[in-house]
Design a protein. Sequence first.
Length: 269
Amino acid sequence: AEWRGLMRRGAAAAAALLCLGAACLLGRGFDPRAWLLPTYGRLLSVAELARYRGAAGQPGLYLAVLGRVFDVERGRRHYGPGSAYSGLAGRDATRAFATGDFTQTGLVDDVSELSPGEMLAIQSWLSFYSDNYDPVGRLVGRFYDENGAPTEALRQAEAAIEEALKFKAESEQSKQQFPPCNSEWSSAKGSRFWCSRQSGGVNRDWTGVPRKLYRPGSKGSHCVCVRTTGPPWGESHSTKHSDRGDLDNPHLEEYDGCHPRAEQCVLKV
């Protein structure tokens, strides 16, 4: 199936795309200038691209992502007339790759208001088509002008993707430093937070203790596991330190009623 069935309609599709987008980009890196290679020299108008929806008598089966056009004939069972994703063919429906909205209002190329995660999903799909289908050219319109040069809209999309990548990298680094706690709640017992060597999906050689983490610019807090020994995050073991790990980080706060070195905290109802 096309990249595991391509995507399901609605919210489930959007959530899956965000995860896949982030994972793919972190693995391969991002070069926004990669789509300006000479292989994308052919220019197509919107009207010309619309003739490539794979119907009888039409010259082929194309689709576009961020203005880059691909020949998806080998994926006809996914994109051809009557197929689940035929709406993507013969147009630039970039927005739908991030939102999972395959209605006529969602099959558009406007990405100006998408979230960072959605922009990562778009670049992930662009990488997918680059790896699996033949490039045809560039679509004259929102992302390329009549001379094939990038427009301001494309430059803004590139910048949004780069910012999203930077944010994702910082988030991943923070997760390594402060892995999320395990947690559970019941009406009878209240909330319980605890740490393990795998909590938050981060395998490590330390367990840590629960703390509330407040991020700059964020209103709330969430539970993270904090190292209690060694130097603070980012400092060398060879430097002089208090051997308290990250316990003295100014963005952390202890849970009331929980022992400072306890590996779990129970907050009564």
